[in-house]
Design a protein around this ligand. Sequence first.
Ligand code: GDP
Length: 531
Amino acid sequence: MTTEPAGEWARRRTFAIISHPDAGKTTLTENILLASGAIHLAGQVRARGENRRTRSDWMKIERDRGISVSASVMTFEHSGLRFNLLDTPGHEDFSEDTYRTLTAADSAVMVLDAARGVEPRTLKLVEVCRLRDIPILTFINKMDREAMEPEALLDDIQDKLALDVAPMQWPSGSGRRFKGVMDVRSNEFLVFPGVEGIEPGKAARRVSLDDPQIGSVLPGDEMAELLDGAEMAREVCPPFNDQSYREGHLTPVYFGSALRRYGVRELIDALAEFAPGPQPEPALIKGAQTSVDPASKEVSGFIFKVQANMDPNHRDRIAFLRLASGEFKRGMKLKAETGKAITISSPVMFFAQDREIADEAYAGDVIGVPNHGVLRVGDSLSESGTIRFSGFPNFAPEMLRRARLKDPLKAKHLKKALESLAEEGVTQLFRPVIGGDFIVGAVGQLQFEVMQERVSAEYGIDVMFEPAPYETARWLSGSDADIEAFGDRHKSAIAQDIDGDPVFLAKSQWEVGYSEEKWPKVKFHRTKERG
Ligand code: GDP
């Protein structure tokens, strides 16, 4: 079936999976791709005893499976929709990239470990989703093991994440008792087949709860427990509401086991049913705050990630462009807000099996644009060059280090190196008003290692990142007089970021809170929009 190009964008579903390490994101990604037919099973070989996680969770899949998925975007078709699954690096690789990827997603799947509930990393990622009110669908994973009670899990989500929860399914216990889930809307029981036997992509067998057959699956006491639980959930939880979900206030909840492929197909079906397609993107056009509709004709998009040396054979950088509108054709010339024009002659599109050259792409799609460092995170591209997308926050760093040179004569070179990496979005750079050292900020340890390697390899400079007496940073706003007064009192803790904006380097979260109370006219921001 060919869809009218005009409607192509409307069938895009661009989403990311968010989770705390070890909750099962990799396993779920793999099984979503298997279930959708995007990749084929090449033998179940999981690497055991890994000491160090790979740079991308998808590279891990690639190594385990012997297939090529080294991409930041995986594309698959299901129910007549084109899904783009964006990789959000986890583990040590956790960085601003992870946060920024969420600016390119129209919705998210939150994976929780059923025995652990909401964990710290989940909390942070949900905070980021909230900046753009990204709708979140919840998958409670590892139900095949002993889990927390479903009621407790729902409470946990509600309390820690301040999200309303609407269970769409109710599990028949956990561990060995997890034989399936009740579909709360249809009053059917979805029977998951015996432990190993489920084919990827196959939906679970549905049995009506009124069907006497159900007795052979669920003994009377288990059935009673299931009905009790579901009944209570119906009384306590709000029913699913599409608008509430789309506004990011309510999350529908599904249960399953990524490893055993229980509930994976149902999760994809849920995404097909509820996940929103491309939305209007807030933008500044000729100085006026407006938004760009995905249906509008002009091709436009924004860069949300820049990756160096993805493929050792191509030493270029690849900038990831998320299209916001129009029908992109290969060879098109797009302009940055600076007026600089780029002809995109060999854009890269991402499929499960291979990278392919893209001929056309639509709002919601992501294309890789090879370039020599011209494109930066947060850049907007459009045919007219007049569109500037807003909403690309920098996030307050959670680790701050002082950059120290082995050879003090190289200070100028170091400045250049650190500035260029900060512009690329690898790390953030702060220059204290007093003293000559640079303070480098990141949200994950790996960013410092990457930075050290790159400064050495690309600029030939030995740099060390030493502990700094600061724990976090806040961007300051308010009247010039108020900021100056605050700065006078905290001289040694004031710095400028790469754009020259004032930043408060705080010794602790407590100090941030204290300063906020004492200086009500000064605003302390955890994020800063670029540009
Ligand atoms: P990630 O760190 O979130 O990407 O998590 P992984 O997908 O690497 O999974 C972490 C561990 O949990 C691995 O050992 C998986 O085999 C295991 N795991 C993932 N999903 C399930 C599940 O549904 N049930 C069980 N029992 N184990 C799982």
